[in-house]
Ligand binder design. Structure first.
Ligand code: THU
Length: 160
């Protein structure tokens, strides 16, 4: 029997002001996009924004449905939109920020498992890793170098 350790290194910035300007801008777009969240059932607003290899940015938000399992997370909505609108472009970073009307979320909310799976699929499809930049409503920003850091031992098309 052998033991193996999985570890993840990420960076913590005390506030968005500490981020490099392009990452600060991306997080600002995620925050703006969060305001467009369609979330009448959970009231939990999520905004996401991606940076493309041509330098452009695109924002998206969660999009809920009365049939709850059909709710689309912000990360998935923006990744699908980017692939449709900018098919030739790779995604180099995604920023995500949340807002809960019941209490201020002061720590980054990590993407759900399904979103991690979609982020990793996009990285594999594009042959390009993306930085994952996450923040709550306030507080510090966590930066992961690649989506795969959030989904160790993930399932991918290589098995099929
Ligand atoms: N949500 C996201 O948009 N991203 C995540 O990673 C987690 C959850 C959304 C889905 C739903 O609209 C609301 O947050 C509450 O789960």
């Amino acid at each position: 029997m052998k033991e193996h350790t999985l570890s993840t290194v990420f960076h913590i910035f005390e506030s968005p002001e500490e981020l490099p300007a392009p990452d600060r801008d991306l997080l600002a777009l995620a925050r703006q996009s969060r305001a467009h969240s369609y979330s009448p059932y959970s009231n939990f607003k999520v905004g996401a924004a991606v940076r493309l290899s041509n330098g452009e940015m695109l924002g998206g938000s969660n999009y809920e449905n009365a049939s709850y399992p059909m709710c689309i997370c912000a990360e998935q909505s923006v990744l699908a939109a980017a692939a449709s609108r900018f098919p030739g472009e790779k995604i180099t970073a995604i920023a995500v920020t949340v807002q809960n009307p019941k209490r201020v979320i002061e720590q980054p909310a990590a993407p759900c498992g399904a979103c991690r799976q979609v982020i990793c699929e996009t990285e594999r499809k594009n042959g390009q890793t993306m930085q994952v930049i996450i923040r709550g409503e306030t507080g510090p920003v966590y930066v992961f170098e690649k989506g795969g850091d959030l989904l160790p031992l993930g399932f991918d098309g290589g098995y099929l």
